[in-house]
Each structure stands twice: as C-alpha cells, then as structure tokens.
Design a protein around this ligand. Sequence first.
Ligand code: NAP
Length: 321
Amino acid sequence: MASEDVENKRIVTVFGATGAQGGSVVRALSEKDSPFKVRAVTRNPESERAQELKDIGCEVVEGDYDDYESLRPCLEGAWGCFAVTDYFETMDKSSEVQEGKNILNMCCEMKVAHVVYSGLESTIRISGLVCDHFDGKADVEEYMKNVGLDKYTIIRLPWYYENLYENTPPMKIEDNKFKLPIPIGNSLMYGISVDEIGPCILAIFKESEKYHAKTIGLAADHFMIHTCCKILSQHLAPAEFVHAQISCDDYEAQNIPGVKELANMFRYYKQARCERNIEQSRILYPYLSTLDEWVAMNKDKLLKAFNDVSHQDTGNSHAKR
Ligand code: NAP
C-alpha cells in the first residue's frame, strides 16, 4: 500500500490493546485492507505485548485511565475509539465507572467521531442481583448516552470461550477425567471467542452511521454446560468431561477473590436474562465460530491448559490484585 494511502487512513484509538478484547480489535483494524490505522494504548509501552503491537504496525502510546491528562495524546486527532475498562484490575465499581467516564470525557474534548464502548447491562436493575462488573459498565453506558458524543455504539459481550482455559477451567478428577464447575445448572449460556470480536467492531466502524446509538449484545453461540462437556469430550478424547452441577451457593463458598461477584453473575445467567443476539452478531461477522468449531480449532491449547491444572484445583478467579 502506498504511504499516502496509509496517511489517509482514519486513526482509531484502541484502549486495552494489550488485552483480550482490545487485542482482537487491534488485529482486525490492522488488516491490510482496513480503512483504519490503530493507535494502541497501554500503561507500559516498553512491554513485550506493546512491542508485538509495534511489530504489526501500530502506533503505541502511553495512557492510564486513572490519569485524565494522559488520555489527551491518546485521543488527539483520532476519528474513532474502542474502549474497554477492566473491572478485575481493581475490583472496585466506582473506580471502573470513573475510568469509563474519563475516557468518554476526553473523547468529547477531542471530538472523536465514533466511540465503541464494551459495556454490560445492569444486573441489579434487571434482576436485583448485585454484580459490580456488570453494574459499573451499565453506569458508564448511561453516561455515554448523554455526554455529548457525536456517534457511539455499545457492545455487550457474553462469556468468552477462552475462559475455559483461563478463568474457569475444568477440575481434574483423575487422569483424563475432568468436571466443569460452571454453576448455571441446565440453563443456556451465550458465548463467543473474544479473539473474534475484532471483526465485529471493524464492521461497526465501517458503517458508523448505521450503528450510532445502538446497543448490540454480541454472541456466536449458546449452549448448556452438558453440551459444552459433550463437545469437549468429542474433540479432546480420550479426555472426558462431565458437568459438575455445582450450585451457585457452593460456588460462592469457595475462598477465592471476587467469588460473590461471579456467583451472582452465574445466578443472573441462570435466570436466562443475559440476552445476546447471535443473528445480529453474524450480520457483523458471519464467520463467528460456534463452540464446537472453536474447540476443534483449539484442541492442543485446551489439552495443555487442562493438564497443567492440578487435581481439584478450580483455578476459578478473574482477580488480578
Ligand atoms: P485483559 O485481557 O485482562 O486486558 C486488560 C487490558 O486493560 C490491558 O490491555 C490493560 O493494559 C488495560 N488496562 C487495565 N487498566 C488500565 C488502566 N488503568 N489504564 C489503561 N489501560 C488499562 O481484559 P479483557 O478481557 O480484554 O477485558 C476485561 C473486561 O472484560 C472486564 O471488565 C470484564 O468485566 C469484561 N468481560 C469479560 C468477560 C469474560 O468472559 N471474561 C465477558 C464480558 C465482559 P496495560 O496493562 O497494557 O496497560
């Protein structure tokens, strides 16, 4: 591509660029034919992850949600912005809300044309269940609607398939036998590969007018835990997976950080109130992987992760500090 074409591309600032959601957005917006060029934000521009972003052609800038002025150079001259806040960094709702507001206020100051925020619905308003990592984002969503942005879109993600090897891995009962301790009984759960949200966000930015003021619940599939176990057993044989049928109360009794929060999230999922829209998601990106397709593609990675988990170790935690 000629250098003047690259110069003409619109800048999109991606927050959380070294993480799961932002990383996926960075990769999609950095594809050869993308009309956008990425400005990737991190608190540590010298990290290995930041170097990987530079290697694929991103401009990498330093910014911290908690330092308002640091966000100015991140957004100066940007046409678009993808923002995700990370509740599990501080596990404090008011901090996450303030971080979201800081990003949105600076987007207004810098007159960013289109902002996409990764929000979540308010579990407390819908179901009475307190789940701070949902409710904080819901507060930011409300703020976003009235803060005076030119165009905005809210996306809401479901459970990442990647949680299977990162945050909620199966428990090893014996060699080649695992149980999956996800406490939602026989309710349906929506899912997506977080790695595949980038193309959805690219489609939103490409049709900016169409998606202005829309809230889109992204999902690629929905399934019950026993179906998930069947899929895992089929693809990872001779390893065998069974539904642990753990209750939310037993899940909550575990001594792990943030467990009350997550137990309420699963209670909310169990009430089938976490609505996502597979059809609309496939309009944005028709190639979204079903759970079955994703497990087939990630067999080796999953087996390695599961075998690294010690017997009876749930490993169930999102907490970072
Ligand atoms: P992640 O992979 O852990 O990455 C976190 C990113 O946030 C990193 O890039 C980090 O950047 C950046 N970050 C954190 N604090 C920052 C700060 N103060 N200033 C600037 N950047 C900061 O997280 P993720 O999975 O992409 O997103 C986490 C969010 O996803 C959570 O809030 C969670 O509620 C939500 N979510 C998760 C799921 C799920 O199934 N796991 C589903 C729906 C929603 P640096 O460290 O490089 O600065």
